[in-house]
Ligand binder design. Structure first.
Ligand code: CUA
Length: 309
C-alpha cells in the first residue's frame, strides 16, 4: 500500500507515459481478476458435476482452455500495441544527456537555443514539454527510471539509448537506477523537479552562469581547503580553477536537494559527513574519504559547497 502514492509511484502518475502505463496496468489487473473469477467458478462447477458428461467437459476445455485465453490475450495485446507509438515517440525540444556511472548520474542539458549546461544527480524538467533523454553508461549497465513520469530505459556501455518523457504537472519526484549495478546500486537515486516552462528557462540560464564567490570567512576557508586538497582534480566548479570531469559537476551543488546521488540531504553537516566518510555512507564508492581533515575543516568545505547556489 505504501507504493500507491508519493514521489516514486507508478500509481500516482505525473507524466503522459506513466498515465498510459497505469491504464494498461488497470486493464490487465481487471482482466486477470475476471479470469480468476471464471477459473474459480469452473472449479466449483467441476466439484459438483456428475462424472461421465464428456460433451460438457469438452466444451469447457475448448471454451475455457483455448477460446477464452486466446481472446483475453489478444485484447490485452491490442491494447498494449496501441500504446506503443505514443510511448516511444521522440522528444520535441530540450534534450538531456544522462550518463550512468558507479554510482551517480552525469547530467548535461542541451537546449536547442542555448549553451549546454553540466549538472549531476538532479534533473529539472519543464512541464508539458516532451523532453528527450540520450542515455549512456561508462562502466556497467544502469537503468534510468522515474516511476511517476514514465517507463524505464537501460543505459548500456558502448551504446546510446533514448527515452522521451512528458511531465503533466509540476512537483518533485524521485528517480532511481533500476538495474543492479554493484555495491551501492541502492544509493544511486536522483531528484526530479518539474517546473513551469518559464520558470525552467530562467533556472537553466542561472545554471549556465559560473559559481558565485564564497560569502563569509568560513566559506572562503572552505574554498581554500577545496583547492589545496586537490578536489578540483575530479570536480568542476565553473569560474574557478577546479575543472575535473571524473566526478559530479559542483558549480551549483548547493542548490540541489540531495548529495551523493540521493543519499544525503544537501545540508552543511551532510557535506562534512560525506567528504569525511564517503565509504561509510556509500559502500565501495570511488571518491576517497578525506578523513585526514578535521571536523572544522570539513564544515568549512560544507559551508563553501552549500553556498554554491
Ligand atoms: Cu546504477 Cu543500479
Amino acid at each position: 500500500m505504501t507504493g500507491c502514492d508519493g514521489p516514486q509511484s507508478t500509481l500516482a502518475p505525473a507524466g503522459s507515459g506513466a498515465e498510459q502505463t497505469l491504464q494498461l496496468f488497470i486493464w490487465m489487473a481487471a482482466g486477470a481478476a475476471l479470469v480468476w473469477v471464471l477459473v474459480i467458478g469452473l472449479a466449483i462447477v467441476a466439484f459438483r458435476a456428475q462424472a461421465g458428461d464428456v460433451r460438457v467437459a469438452r466444451m469447457l476445455i475448448v471454451g475455457g482452455g483455448v477460446a477464452l485465453p486466446t481472446i483475453v490475450l489478444f485484447v490485452l495485446l491490442g491494447f498494449g500495441l496501441r500504446l506503443l507509438p505514443e510511448l516511444t515517440a521522440p522528444g520535441d525540444g530540450l534534450r538531456i544527456a544522462v550518463s550512468g556511472e558507479q554510482w551517480w548520474w552525469r547530467v548535461r542539458y542541451e537546449p536547442p537555443d542555448g549553451p549546454a549546461v553540466a549538472s549531476a544527480n538532479e534533473i529539472r524538467l519543464p512541464a508539458g514539454v516532451r523532453t528527450e533523454f540520450t542515455l549512456t553508461s561508462t562502466d556497467v549497465i544502469h537503468s534510468l527510471w522515474i516511476p511517476s513520469l514514465g517507463g524505464k530505459m537501460d543505459m548500456i556501455p558502448g551504446r546510446t539509448t533514448r527515452l522521451a518523457l512528458e511531465p503533466t504537472r509540476t512537483g518533485v519526484f524521485r528517480g532511481v537506477c533500476a538495474e543492479f549495478c554493484g555495491a551501492s546500486h541502492t544509493f544511486m537515486a536522483f531528484d526530479v523537479v518539474v517546473m513551469e516552462q518559464d520558470e525552467f528557462t530562467a533556472w537553466l540560464e542561472r545554471q549556465a552562469e559560473p559559481a558565485r564567490p564564497p560569502a563569509g570567512a568560513l566559506a572562503a576557508q572552505g574554498r581554500a581547503l577545496f583547492r589545496d586538497n586537490g578536489c578540483g582534480a575530479c570536480h568542476r566548479i565553473a569560474g574557478t580553477a577546479a575543472a575535473g570531469v571524473i566526478g559530479p559537476d559542483l558549480t551549483h551543488v548547493g542548490a540541489r536537494a540531495s548529495l551523493g546521488a540521493g543519499t544525503l540531504p544537501a545540508e552543511i553537516e551532510a557535506f562534512a559527513q560525506w567528504i569525511g566518510h564517503t565509504d561509510a555512507v556509500k559502500p565501495e564508492v570511488r571518491m576517497p574519504a578525506y578523513d585526514m581533515l578535521t571536523p572544522e575543516q570539513l564544515t568549512a568545505i560544507g559551508h563553501y559547497l552549500k553556498g554554491l547556489q
